[in-house]
Design a protein around this ligand. Structure first.
Ligand code: ADP
Ligand code: AMP
Length: 214
């Protein structure tokens, strides 16, 4: 199962990826997580990525395409993968097609999770993530059973710096300009499925399951 989860920041891609990757036993490839890990480790990639992430801009295509190309050649992608947050531009989508051709794979489905903009602002400004394991919660919409600590690993929950409202607004603008055109791109190659991301988390998971196994 080779899946892309498409959708604006806050649509629920990471939340749904956690369930689907466990269920289908495939790796969750999140470029945002890869960049955040590089920032934390203080690598050169992290230093480059941080300046863009802090402003809510996209990391340049050549850098992003390079790390995904390498990740997709790792052996754990043999039985499939789920891409979350990649591709985010048309050149990234075209580069991905070239990589898939080279490694003899094709996309099973590209699922676009649709959520209106004001709901995205509410979701992102209330999002909490576990510093230790990366699990995602929301202060009100999806609270941890342990409040300020992770229900999975007990780690401390934090607010991502780029979830401040001003940065959220610029990230949504960047999404509209650079990423939304991917919806037509994947529609034109017959891969796109749209689902309603406004439903409760478990109902979105059920919709995804039915789209992926149809
Ligand atoms: P993305 O990975 O697309 O940026 P996340 O999965 O991190 O989005 O979700 C953004 C926020 O919205 C998180 O706080 C999460 O708990 C919450 N959330 C995700 N899906 C839903 C949903 N269906 N209903 C309500 N809140 C949700
Ligand atoms: P995310 O965790 O998907 O919300 O991504 C957080 C940030 O990482 C984005 O705002 C970008 O700065 C950067 N990023 C993640 N994925 C990509 C990508 N595919 N292309 C460029 N930048 C990315």
């Amino acid at each position: 199962m080779n899946i892309i989860l498409l959708g604006p920041p806050g649509a629920g891609k990471g939340t749904q990826a956690a369930y689907l990757c466990k269920e289908y036993a495939i790796p969750h490839i999140s470029t945002g997580d890869m960049f955040r890990a590089a920032v934390k480790a203080g690598t050169r990639l992290g230093l480059t990525a941080k300046s863009y992430m802090d402003r809510g801009d996209l990391v340049p295509d050549d850098v992003t395409i390079g790390i995904v190309g390498e990740r997709l050649s790792e052996p754990d992608t043999q039985n499939g993968f789920l891409l979350d947050g990649f591709p985010r531009t048309i050149p990234q989508a075209e580069a991905l097609q070239a990589v898939l051709l080279r490694i003899g794979k094709d996309l099973t489905a590209v699922v676009n999770i649709e959520v209106p903009e004001e709901e995205l602002v509410t979701r992102l400004t209330g999002r909490l993530v576990c510093m230790a394991c990366g699990a995602t919660y929301h202060r009100v919409l999806n609270p941890s059973p342990l409040r300020d600590f992770c229900g999975v690993c007990n780690g401390p929950l934090i607010t991502r710096a780029d979830d401040a409202e001003a940065t959220v607004r610029s990230r949504l603008e960047v999404y509209r300009k650079q990423t939304e055109p991917l919806i037509s791109y994947y529609q034109s190659i017959g891969k796109l499925e749209n689902i309603n991301g406004l439903l409760p988390i478990d109902e979105v998971t059920a919709l995804l399951r039915s789209v992926l196994t149809e």
